[in-house]
Design a protein. Structure first.
Length: 292
């Protein structure tokens, strides 16, 4: 599958089409925002996108010894982070929807997590404010859209992410759902230029004081959705306010069971490590729960 990832190295942003960050790396420095324009110009032609980037940049080979200096960053995040919309859909997983026994809504609840400031990369600490009842991780596929000059949402590709939620608040009151989602979250630095997978399996591990204290498996992907992807996105983008030119949307589309569902409680200092098997990709973030 065609893919690229972004990172910073010595105060410069880079993109690479390599499959890994370790070892010598062929990379291209770029000006923030340029990738958005190249992707829209290429119009889903991956080779054209690569050529536009190569023609605008100077190819560099970063030695293996510099690997520890390369810092992953959320992909395609605008220079002005307020131009990013981080959001998602709740209760989309078939197992969750059918297990409630309730009348199924025509659409799941849409939630807003915040502007681009809440989006963190692999390895970043996720800061959670005080007053949390109980939080959980949610391993998900994240769709990326850019709104073009004609106000049309253009699907770019997908990545994977961890949607942090105050699940305790939701369990206490369903009306708290939207507020419980206003938390920092993370995504992989890697974008996959193609349709999201039908099936994506993985593992979640929680480490406390460098010891594994929880482990579970999860399954996500389009086949796990109760709703059709197009039904979700077409309904969302029917709102003109979400189709302002230049906006970048990161859409979390739903999760399998999380550690809370398994009876595990996350605490300050825990590190959540997700592994997405079919993509051979990991995402790890420590938690910092602020005290009152």
């Amino acid at each position: 599958m065609n893919t690229f990832f972004e990172f910073t190295y010595r105060n410069q942003t880079y993109v690479s089409f390599a499959t890994q960050r370790g070892g010598e790396l062929l990379a291209y420095p770029y000006v923030p925002g340029a990738l958005h324009e190249f992707l829209l110009q290429a119009d889903y032609d991956v080779e054209r996108f690569k050529q536009l980037l190569i023609d605008s940049s100077v190819e560099q080979r970063l030695p293996a010894a510099t690997a520890h200096e390369r810092q992953p960053i959320p992909p395609l995040l605008p220079a002005h982070k307020s131009a990013a919309v981080i959001s998602g859909f709740g209760l989309t997983n078939k197992k969750k929807v059918l297990s409630t026994g309730n009348t199924v809504n025509p659409l799941p609840v849409w939630f807003y997590k915040g502007p681009g400031h809440v989006l963190k990369a692999d390895g970043d600490t996720l800061m959670i404010e005080s007053g949390i009842t109980a939080i959980c991780e949610e391993a998900e596929i994240v769709l990326i859209y850019i709104i073009d000059a004609q106000r049309k949402p253009r699907y770019i590709g997908f990545t994977v992410g961890n949607d942090i939620t105050d699940i305790g608040a939701i369990k206490a009151s369903a009306t708290a759902f939207s507020y419980a989602k206003l938390k920092e979250c993370s995504v992989s630095e890697r974008v996959f230029l193609g349709p999201p997978p039908l099936v994506l399996t993985g593992t979640c591990q929680v480490y406390r004081n460098q010891q594994s204290v929880f482990s579970s498996v999860f399954e996500t992907g389009l086949d796990q959705l109760y709703y059709q992807r197009e039904h979700l996105t077409d309904s969302l983008f029917s709102s003109p306010s979400l189709r302002q030119p230049g906006l970048v949307h990161y859409l979390y589309i739903g999760a399998d069971r999380n550690s809370y569902d398994h009876g595990h409680a996350l605490i300050d200092g825990d590190t959540i490590s997700l592994r997405f098997n079919e993509l051979d990709l990991g995402l790890s973030n420590p938690l910092m729960l602020q005290s009152a």
